[in-house]
Write a protein that binds this ligand. Structure first.
Ligand SMILES: [Zn+2]
Length: 295
């Protein structure tokens, strides 16, 4: 069957320090290479999670046991003290992922700020955020960073048009099926998008959903579709749900699912890819708007 893209989103300091080494071990044992999208600037993610502390979200947090899913240290990061710089303190862990043969891409300079403000930022502010993150990650890994994934899938036509200035080889900024060229503000096709088409664990988490049934559901989806890109989070699958992810990797191998870094899915001749718009839409289980492929 066709290869399935596997991306690891790393949003926080704790996710980098603890989740990434655990995931590197699991992936090595399964002989799988993935794409790691790193956040390299300040970790203010606690602010993001508490900003959402509306009653409905609080109920969901309690129901889905967010504290046990993410850990209190993740929920509190950057709330009471300035966010720690992830790249400055944890660069060796990012280099370990690179040395293990995984593809390295940029997730964020400041994940919280992007999720909270990217929809309102000027082109200049958007470009500055991405450039700062890209340069920092390039300093860390000593080579050029050729792919990125917008935090929280917060991307639309004007955000993608601004990101165009950074010259990535591909981006994975939105949700939807199939690789395509996004139409930018001037209606010209931009850098290829490799969208995510399968839900994440935190989107599906609800009482009574065991890790086993979640894994089966995901593997069914990946087996049934001719296109698949799956996302795990260092904060979740690298920590409280590591056992479940280990099982998913084993069962995927039984089903001959061939996980690859996202870059390996890109065709040689990208100019022949279909074009589509990226618009603001919604994904079940995810707070706020996300970029979605609009045919
Ligand atoms: Zn993220």
């Amino acid at each position: 069957m066709s290869p399935v893209g596997l991306r690891v989103d790393v949003d926080t300091f704790t996710g980098t320090r603890e989740g990434v080494p655990a995931l590197l071990d699991l992936l090595e044992a399964a002989a799988v290479k993935a794409t790691f999208f790193f956040s390299v600037g300040p970790d203010n993610m606690g602010r993001h999670l508490w900003r959402l502390a509306r009653p409905a979200f609080l109920r969901k947090m309690l129901r889905s046991k967010a504290a046990s899913l993410y850990g209190w240290d993740v929920l509190l990061a950057g709330t009471a003290w300035p966010g720690k710089s992830i790249g400055r303190e944890l660069a060796p862990i990012m280099r370990r992922a690179q040395e293990a043969g995984h593809e390295i891409g940029l997730h964020a300079w400041d994940h919280y700020a992007w999720q909270a403000h990217a929809g309102r930022w000027s082109d200049r502010a958007l470009i500055d955020q991405v450039r700062q993150g890209k340069e920092c990650l390039e300093d860390i890994i000593g080579q050029s960073v050729t792919c990125s994934a917008a935090p929280g899938w917060r991307a639309d036509t004007s955000i993608l048009s601004a990101k165009q200035a950074l010259g990535f080889r591909y981006n994975s900024d939105c949700r939807g099926g199939g690789i395509f060229l996004p139409l930018l503000s001037d209606e010209c096709p931009g850098t290829p998008q490799i969208p995510v088409n399968v839900p994440t664990f935190d989107e599906m988490a609800r009482p009574g959903l065991s890790m086993n049934s979640f894994n089966e559901l995901i593997l069914e989806r990946l087996t049934a579709s001719h296109y698949g890109v799956y996302t795990v989070h260092a904060e979740v699958e690298g920590r409280s749900m590591a056992g479940g992810f280990e099982q998913l990797l084993k069962r995927a191998a039984w089903r001959d699912i061939d996980f690859k870094p996202l870059g390996a899915l890109l065709p040689e001749d990208v100019h022949r890819l279909p074009t589509a718009h990226v618009i603001r839409g919604a994904v079940a289980g995810r707070e706020g708007w996300v970029g979605v492929r609009h045919t």
